[in-house]
Structure formats: structure tokens, C-alpha cells
Write a protein that binds this ligand. Structure first.
Ligand code: ATP
Length: 491
């Protein structure tokens, strides 16, 4: 899929009520913040449910949690976010534009590569890696100067020094300004799980290995926000922390690495669109990490991370809070002795719901040539897995009169407890079908005059566009067969 088709996907999102720019009426909206429209919210809910069902319902040793967005500020001290969650930034004094210093250098490396200048590309890559590893901000600026990188807007090389810029949003808690305490909007959902580890373990009598799963908003003050909902300042994560016995983390890391890719593949999109990307440089808390990447129109990009986080988080919380974060393991080791007390190790799976949403749309969006001769036309169809479609079925009366709307309404009254149904009576039937194709609705049902006589309707299939006559009494069982969680969850 080309960049051009990506532009079409983005405009499709707006035109068909999937995604809108936040507060767009004011100065074209707020940067890198988006709202999900009437169809987007349905698709997003379904994707979230797909994750939840797989992680929580399908694993009897994983339970859910819904922790608050606000957390005690010490949480972020312990997790390392106050001291370490930052990007190196540089400003151009003429254009007043701010850039990530490492991105400017990466773009230069890409340019060297494109020009066939591999030696220079390698040399700069090594220098960049070394500067980042040593957290040497002065060296980053030197590299930008040495390689004569200019601001893409002003074209000048009039740069400020490189500074660290923390990505956490902060606000104050408390009614009085003088009592105000600085608190943060969580940059990840994981910490809500760590601080509740013992609450859940004890109240749920959980035995290791076990997991806690949660979905929810996270906030990051991303400087360079681009590619639509790929990089947002307010986004949603779906994370699971799996607590294991120390020494078994490698085996569980492999288990989750495989299980998570399988979950993506079960959506039924092209398997070549996915790949693993192993982390060579590991975060300070990790002893193994891999990303699952999807082949977006702008290249392979991270959608999910699987991280072996050791006991870093629980240990830091224990140290800073003074509360024990230990688990008593009564199972016996090879010497017949209980494993006893320890701080569990953790395997984390962390996926961005918005990125999942974006790739689902990119992979489903199709423009197809249909019809012949004068009737040749292009139709836009979202070939979504039926269970994820915002509407499962659209019901149309062929005309607005003769009692046909009543027949259609009656069918909806039967189906609406189980399925999200769409009703429409305006426009020619062909036009109505096309609008449903663009939303990904797997079935359309039309009631016509024959329906009044023999209680049958036409059912039209989204992908094949085939139409058949069926008894009204059979609709529910046809939908039940074609639309089920079991289909993708048992793959
Ligand atoms: P990136 O390298 O792309 O910034 P990350 O490595 O910082 O991502 P994690 O901290 O591992 O990401 O977060 C886990 C997941 O959360 C990511 O795989 C991604 O799907 C999602 N995510 C992270 N940042 C954003 C964002 N700004 N907008 C949308 N989704 C995000």
C-alpha cells in the first residue's frame, strides 16, 4: 500500500465517522490528539474486546484491573519516569521549531544510505549510538553541526543546545494553589498494575505464574507527532504484566512472544505484514525485549512490545514505599524445599490500541473494480473480520412505504439484543449497499414487497456482493454462524 492510499484511509476515517481531529473547529484542532467517531468507537471497542477476551477470558491465570490515571507521584520516581523518561530536543532559533536531536541524525543517516554513502551512514550511526548510550547531549549537538544538518523549515543551522525534555504531562492536585502538589498523567498503564500486585494476588489468591491485564489511556508529550493516530499525545494502551518465578523469565518471554504474534495473525491479514524486531539496546530494566511490527504504508513500525522487565519495578516500589512486594511460593524446588519468599520477575506485553486500529483499517481498506461496461465502477470496502465490524448487519426497506419500514424495524427488534444493527430507508438500494461496504458491514438485508407475501428477504454479502433470498426466520442463525468470537479466538 502506498503513501497515497494511506492518505485515502485518513480521509476515509473522517468521511465515515471513524476518527476526527480533536476540537477541529479551533485552528484546525489540537496537535496529535484525536477523537473516535460513531463508527470508530465501535471498531475500537471490538478490538479492545478481542484483546480482553484473549488475555483475560481465555487464560484462567490472568485477571483484569482498572487502575486510575492519576497515581501517587512517587510511583513515577520509582519507575524511573521522572528522571529518565525524556527525549533529547534541539530548537532552530530562526524557525523556532523543535526537533528530536536523534531523529535529525537518523534522517541524515537515511539520506547517506539513499545516496549510496554507506561508510558515512555507518560512521554516523555508531557515533549516534555511542552518544545516546552515554547520554552525551553536547556530542549530539556536535554531530548535528559536523554533519551540517539544517532545519527543514528555515534552512539554517542556527541551533540551540540539546536539552532533555520530559515526556510526562503534569498537573496539580488540590483546590488551593499553595497546597498544590504536582502530579502526572500516567505515561503507561503498567505502573497501576505493579502497585496493585499484592492487592490482586492476595484478594484473588493468585498463584505464580499469573498475570494482570488492563486497558486505558496513557499520555505522552510527544514532540514529533506524525502519521495520524500512530503517534498521539493521548492514546490507549492494553498491557499485561505476567508475574513469574525468577529464573523462568526466558521461557515465559518466549511463550508470550509467540502467543502475541499468533493473536495478531488470527485477525486474518497477510502474515507477511508482521515481523519481530529484537531490541539490541535494552532499557535499564529489561533483560530481553522484542517488538511486533506491522508493515504500515510508511514502513514497518512497532505495534506491540514484549519485555522481560526482571524484578525492576516491584523492587523499586518496595524500596521507595517501604512496603514488601514479595510473594510466598509454597511449591517445592528440586531439593524438596519451598521456593519461599521472593520478588517475582515480570514479562510484559504492551500494545497500543490506536496503532492496532490503524493497521486494521490499513489492512482492510480496499478499492475494487466492480461491474462491467457502462456500469464499471470502483467500490471502497473495508474487509474487516465480521466480528470487528462496527455494524454487523444493515436492514433496509426497499421503499419508505407499503409497510416495508415496519417489516425492517421488526427484524431489527429481533436482532438488536445480539447485534449492532443499522437502519436506513433513504436513497437507492445500491447506494445504501456501498455506504455499508465503506463501513465494513458484513451483511445487508433488504425487505421488499415479496417479504410481505412470503416472509423472505434478500441478504447481501459484503465481500462477494452475492445476494440470496432467505426466510426472515433464518436471519439470526445465519448471522450466528458467520459472526463469532470463537472463530478468531480459537485460531
Ligand atoms: P515508540 O518507540 O514508537 O515511541 P515506545 O517503544 O515508546 O514506542 P512503549 O513504551 O513500549 O512504546 O509502549 C507500548 C506501546 O504503546 C507501543 O508499542 C505503541 O503501540 C503504543 N504507543 C506508545 N507511544 C504511543 C503514542 N505516542 N501514540 C500511540 N501509541 C503509542
Amino acid at each position: 500500500m502506498s503513501e497515497e492510499v494511506f492518505k485515502k484511509v485518513v480521509s476515509h476515517c473522517k468521511e465515515y465517522g471513524f476518527v476526527f481531529t480533536s476540537s477541529e473547529i479551533y485552528d484546525n484542532g489540537l496537535g496529535a490528539v484525536y477523537d473516535y467517531g460513531q463508527n470508530g468507537v465501535e471498531l475500537k471497542n471490538n478490538l479492545r474486546q478481542y484483546w480482553w477476551k484473549f488475555m483475560v477470558q481465555m487464560h484462567d491465570n490472568i485477571v483484569g484491573l482498572d487502575a486510575a490515571i492519576f497515581m501517587h507521584p512517587k510511583t513515577w520516581k520509582a519507575s524511573g519516569h521522572i528522571d529518565g523518561f525524556s527525549d533529547p530536543m534541539i530548537d532552530n532559533k530562526d524557525s523556532k521549531k523543535r526537533y528530536r536531536a536523534d531523529n535529525l541524525l537518523e534522517d541524515k543517516i537515511a539520506k547517506y544510505q539513499k545516496d549510496g554513502n554507506t561508510n558515512k551512514a555507518d560512521e554516523l550511526q555508531n557515533a549516534l549510538d555511542a552518544a545516546l548510550l552515554a547520554n552525551d547531549l553536547a556530542q549530539l549537538k556536535t554531530l548535528i553541526e559536523q554533519h551540517e544538518i539544517a532545519c527543514p523549515i528555515s534552512g539554517t543551522r542556527n541551533w540551540t543546545d540539546v536539552r532533555q525534555f520530559n515526556l510526562m504531562f503534569s498537573t496539580e492536585m488540590g483546590a488551593m494553589a499553595e497546597d498544590a502538589d504536582k502530579i502526572y498523567l500516567r505515561p503507561e498503564t503498567a505502573q497501576g498494575i505493579f502497585v496493585n500486585f499484592l492487592n490482586v494476588q492476595k484478594s484473588g489468591r493468585m498463584k505464580i505464574p499469573f498475570g494482570i491485564a488492563q486497558t486505558g489511556k496513557a499520555f505522552r508529550n510527544e514532540i514529533i507527532a506524525r502519521q495520524f493516530i500512530m503517534r498521539m499525545r493521548e492514546f490507549e494502551q492494553m498491557e499485561m504484566q505476567f508475574f513469574v518465578r525468577p529464573g523462568t523469565q526466558k521461557q515465559w518471554f518466549e511463550y508470550w512472544k509467540e502467543a502475541r504474534l499468533k493473536w495478531h495473525l488470527a485477525l486474518g491479514f497477510d502474515k507477511d505484514s508482521y515481523r519481530y524486531h529484537d531490541h539490541v539496546k535494552l532499557a535499564h530494566y529489561a533483560d530481553a525485549a522484542v517488538d511486533i511490527e506491522f508493515d504500515f504504508p510508511f514502513g514497518f513500525k512497532e505495534v506491540e512490545g514484549i519485555h522481560s522487565r526482571t524484578d525492576f519495578d516491584l523492587k523499586s516500589h518496595q524500596d521507595l514505599s517501604g512496603k514488601k512486594m514479595q510473594y510466598f511460593d509454597a511449591d517445592l524446588d528440586e531439593n524438596g524445599k519451598p521456593y519461599g519468599n521472593y520478588i517475582p520477575y515480570v514479562i510484559e506485553t504492551s500494545i497500543g490500541l490506536d496503532r492496532l486500529f490503524l493497521y486494521t483499517l490499513c489492512a482492510s481498506y480496499k478499492e475494487e473494480e466492480v461491474g462491467e461496461g457502462d456500469k464499471k465502477d470502483t467500490r471502497v470496502v473495508l474487509a474487516l473480520p465480521p466480528i470487528l465490524a462496527p455494524y454487523k448487519v444493515a436492514i433496509f426497506p426497499l421503499t419508505k412505504k407499503d409497510g416495508l419500514p415496519e417489516v425492517a424495524r421488526k427484524i431489527i427488534d429481533d436482532l438488536k439484543f445480539d447485534y449492532n444493527c443499522f437502519y436506513e430507508e433513504k436513497d437507492a438500494i445500491g447506494k445504501r449497499y456501498r455506504r455499508q461496504d465503506a463501513l465494513g458491514t458484513p451483511f445487508c438485508i433488504t425487505a421488499d414487497h415479496e417479504s410481505l407475501e412470503n416472509q423472505t428477504v434478500t441478504i447481501r454479502h459484503r465481500d462477494s456482493m452475492l445476494q440470496e433470498r432467505i426466510p426472515i426466520a433464518d436471519i439470526k442463525s445465519i448471522l450466528d454462524k458467520a459472526i463469532s468470537w470463537k472463530d478468531i479466538l480459537s485460531k
